[in-house]
Write a protein that binds this ligand. Structure first.
Ligand code: FES
Ligand code: FES
Length: 914
């Protein structure tokens, strides 16, 4: 807790207990609650009144605690989730209902949501959907798509009657980590630092391109309350990090020149109060702004200066896939459609900003932060610090949303360097603005596409060229460049195909991983071009897709043949009833209304799970202790998607016991093997397989000890291990076995690495062991005067191979659709202009319409129990389905995402609408 130089003592009740707090005049209530009173269940997402994560009740009314001076709470009653969850009857019902409906994914928004819902239920015990949307409208969620939250609040009055579903594989089980989330006990990146930790703040460039020089750093470092100033000179190892070998290019601290607005040049470490008061403008650095290349055309222009001298033309890398002869096929096609599409930077906008803390323990650096990739964090820090990775421990916190950006490091190098320099615990939490300025984005794309068909509707040639604005440094740009040409065909059979991509450097923030790795952008071009093509052919768009949908045994554009498990046809078929009903309903609506029109759009999508043609292993460990405890070392990061639950369900099935018998040790580089990063829809597939193999291996040990057959039943009962084989029940006395150094009488460690193979110069090969498939249907309403597009409903068909947990599948689908909706209609990150959650809009609870999820299970040969990955697939068809609904309603083809009202209105006017 920081020292208060000038303070006022304020008294109020906090969760029914009287408290007194000495705080600075005007100090935020959120700050006082978290830092002076330990109420870490009050979350901070923006500190600006935009996200609602900090919502508490003051005299029963929901209030953004970040907007209220603590002194205004004097004499009043303040309630937070942690207190409410102890005994408030509405909160108790909400706890049950939120878990039952899977209304909390990452859980960072959950305190704000539940506190707001308590206020609503006190006034209206059985609210309807509109009342819930109204009451929770100020709280943002980036994971769930809100519909499960609405269901949970509407259904809270019936919580006493809710039955817990079975927990086994295939059951719609509640999250195993859900209780902590709904009780405000889950601890995120900024919730875990010890009292008295120093605070680090980064000094960043206000310019997208500039030279800089430091003034008297020693004098600054000597200021009262400042413990250290760190610059590139303090990096003992490599002053660079990145995620792909050969592309390690982003400095921890820039040297002489910055390449994007928000780039770090220095870090100041000091006591909490001094750092809170620090004005970065006081830091001794002078800037010489330089011309900046902010767009791909500027960066590709003849003679444009290079961002990196070894990357000619500002082209970082490219990707290429070709089969057959696309040009010849297009020349021979009966109908050809072409078009140029543009998409924008999209911000991940997780509600939890990057945060964590670090310390040095017995010579080892321990970093506890929010992350999607513990193993990669450790590798990066070893390089940056110049120490052995065995001397680094990464201990992740709960992660309040990641969606790809938290695969890259953010706070970690600064924290580790600061802890090593000062020898003390150091914490930091990015402000919302620096989070948005400095972390990775979805690549803006500029796509030219030509696609042809024969008169009977058979696809005949597709040519694709996409330039992706990869920003100033590499991050995951090479992955995007490689993945897009593999996917730009969509899940269709195309004999003649040519797709090329380029990742182009600009003076923008680095573009990186964001749910889909470029595929959502290419799907907008391909899937909307398909609708125009179908229109010109006089074919129904859904029938056109069904006719061309990839089938078992047909080669992909990479020449890869799946003999089974190709699920796109089934997804499209599943949409048919909703599609026919929607078409009829739209026709009726349009006949009865002027000025607004409704249309129905469909789009398909696919996504290869895991790394593209590269090794992608995951390792798991499990053991039986002499006392019969079954332990799973679960290193797959759960960022809200549910691996803490799904992986345990898979392991328990493989070992052959109920889930409740498994003790889970969560991710920690000291105790869990490297399960790889949480990205590319790989955890259920790859780590699920590793967990399955581990469970099977451990089971085999037990059966061997018991001399039992493969089909025998393993029974763990109060520490006793029994094996029932036919009529024989045998007790296995684990205490008679010598325990290994980890304390296990029996142990298994297994690795799974998907069977892929390199692609040749034409992109022919085996890029992925499995694809997942999806098709979305959207009904949208278009205000012809305002250009406003309002999705009315979605139907989402997803082939997940095997639904390990259908409740989590639905959660992923709904959350993905909300992100796809945002990308389609409102989200546009502009460096220097939309760097907060006030100017950068993400969907709110009022923006996401009802979503029907259709789960299809076309088993995959490589998936654990047939399961396929899902995390990325869920938003790939969303934006094109919305755009196709607009096309269906108006005949206007949208070719720029986001389709803001101004852009839609301009397109309507150009098409002749008054
Ligand atoms: S933290 Fe208070 S509204 Fe975002
Ligand atoms: S569950 Fe709402 S932000 Fe993650």
């Amino acid at each position: 807790m920081d020292k208060v130089a000038t303070s006022q003592v304020t008294g109020f009740t906090l969760n029914n207990a009287p408290v007194q707090v000495a705080a600075r005049p005007g100090e935020r209530l959120s700050q006082a609650l978290r830092e002076r009173l330990g109420a870490r269940d009050v979350k901070i997402g923006c500190n600006a009144g935009d996200c609602g994560a900090c919502t508490v009740l003051v005299d029963g009314a929901p209030v953004c605690a970040c907007l209220m001076p603590v002194q205004q709470a004097a004499g009043r009653r303040v309630e937070t989730l942690a207190g409410l969850a102890q005994g408030d009857p509405d909160a108790l019902r909400l706890k049950e209902s939120f878990q039952h409906h899977q209304a909390a994914q990452c859980g960072i928004c959950t305190p704000g949501m539940m506190v707001s819902a308590v206020a609503l239920l006190r006034a209206e015990p059985q609210p309807d959907v509109a009342q819930v949307q109204d009451a929770l409208g100020g709280v943002l969620c980036r994971c769930t798509g809100y519909r499960k939250i609405i269901d949970a609040v509407v259904g809270a009055h019936a919580a006493d009657t809710l039955q817990e579903a079975a927990q086994e594989l295939g059951a719609p089980a509640r999250r195993f980590d859900g209780k902590a989330k709904v009780e405000g006990r889950d601890l995120f990146g900024d919730d875990v630092a010890p009292e008295g930790a120093l605070v680090a703040r980064v000094i960043r460039s206000p310019y997208p391109h500039a030279r800089f020089s430091f003034g008297d750093l020693s004098a600054f470092a000597a200021r009262a309350g400042v413990e250290a100033v760190l610059t590139a000179a303090d990096v003992k190892g490599l002053n660079a990090y990145g995620v792909i070998p050969g592309f390690i290019d982003q400095p921890v601290f820039a040297v002489d020149t910055v390449l994007f607005r928000g780039e770090a040049v220095a870090c100041v470490v000091g006591d909490a109060e001094t750092m809170l008061a620090l004005d970065p403008a006081d830091f001794p650095v002078s800037w010489e702004p330089l011309d900046a290349l902010m767009t791909v055309p500027q960066a590709l222009a003849e003679g444009a200066p290079l961002l990196h001298s070894d990357r000619p033309g500002n082209i970082m890398c490219g990707g290429f896939v070709a089969c057959g002869d696309a040009e010849a096929a297009l020349a021979a096609a009966d109908v050809v459609v072409d078009g140029f599409y543009e998409t924008s930077f999209v911000e991940h906008a997780y509600i939890e900003p990057e945060a964590g803390w670090a310390e040095v323990v017995e010579g080892r650096v321990v970093v506890q932060a929010c992350t999607q990739a513990t193993g990669m964090d450790r590798e990066t820090l070893a390089q940056v610090l110049g120490i052995d990775r065995a001397d680094i421990r990464i201990l992740p916190t709960a992660v309040g949303g990641g969606f790809g950006s938290k695969i890259d490091v953010s706070v970690q190098p600064f924290l580790a360097l600061a802890a090593l320099r000062t020898g003390r615990a150091v914490r930091m939490c990015y402000t919302r603005v620096e989070s948005m300025q400095s972390t990775t984005k979805r690549h803006p794309a500029r796509i030219d596409i030509r696609v042809g068909a024969k008169a009977d509707g058979t696809l005949a040639g597709l040519s694709f060229h996409g330039d992706f604005n990869t920003g100033s440094y590499a991050s995951w740009g090479p992955t995007v460049a490689n993945r897009v040409p593999v996917h730009a065909s969509g899940p269709y059979f195309i004999r003649d195909y040519r797709a090329q991509s380029r990742a182009v450097h600009t003076h923008c923030p680095p573009s990186g991983a964001f749910r889909g790795f470029g595929v959502p952008q290419s799907a907008i071009a391909q899937e909307t071009a398909f609708d125009v093509l179908a229109d010109r052919l006089g074919m129904d768009p859904l029938e056109f897709r069904l006719k061309n949908a990839l089938r078992d045994g047909q080669p992909t554009v990479c020449g890869q043949v799946f003999e089974q498990g190709v699920g796109i046809h089934a997804c499209l078929e599943a949409l048919k009833p909703a599609y026919q009903a929607a078409k009829r309903a739209c026709a009726v609506f349009n006949a009865e209304n002027d000025g607004v029109r409704r249309g129905v759009g469909v789009a398909g999508g696919w996504y290869g799970c895991g790394n593209t043609s590269l090794p992608n292993p995951s390792t798991f460990k499990a053991g039986l202790r002499p006392d019969g405890t079954l332990v799973l070392h679960q290193g797959a990061m759960d960022i809200g998607q549910g691996s803490n639950t799904v992986i345990v369900q898979i392991f328990a099935r493989a070992f052959g016991v109920p889930v409740a018998d498994v003790t889970v040790l969560g991710a920690d580089t000291d105790i869990t093997p490297d399960a790889g990063k949480t990205s590319a829809s790989r955890q259920t597939f790859v780590s699920g397989n590793a967990a399955r193999l581990t469970g099977e291996a451990l089971r085999a040990h037990v059966l061997q000890l018991a001399n039992a057959s493969d089909g025998a039943e393993i029974i763990l009962n109060d520490g006793h291990l029994h094996v029932r084989d036919a009529d024989r029940v045998q007790h296995v006395d684990l205490s008679r076995l010598e325990a290994d150094p980890e304390g296990y009488a029996l142990k298994a460690v297994k690795t799974y690495d998907p069977p892929v193979a390199p692609m040749d110069g034409n992109g022919q090969g085996v890029p992925y062991a499995q694809f997942g498939y999806a098709a979305h249907l959207c009904v949208a309403e278009i205000d012809l005067k305002l250009g406003q597009v309002t999705p009315v409903s979605f139907t989402a068909a997803h082939d997940v191979g095997r639904a390990i947990n259908p409740l989590l599948v639905e959660g992923q689908v709904q959350g993905g659709i909300a992100q796809g909706l945002g990308m389609a209609l409102m989200e546009e990150f502009i460096p220097g202009r939309t760097e907060n959650l006030h100017d950068y809009l993400i969907p709110t609870i009022g923006d996401v319409p009802p979503i029907e999820t259709l789960i299809l299970e076309i088993e995959d040969a490589h998936g654990p129990y047939g399961a396929k990955g899902l995390g990325e697939h869920v938003l790939i068809p969303t934006a094109p389905a919305i755009f196709n609904a607009v096309y269906n309603a108006t005949g206007v083809r949208l070719m720029h995402a986001p389709a803001t009202p101004a852009r839609v209105r301009a397109a309507l006017k150009e098409a002749g609408y008054a």
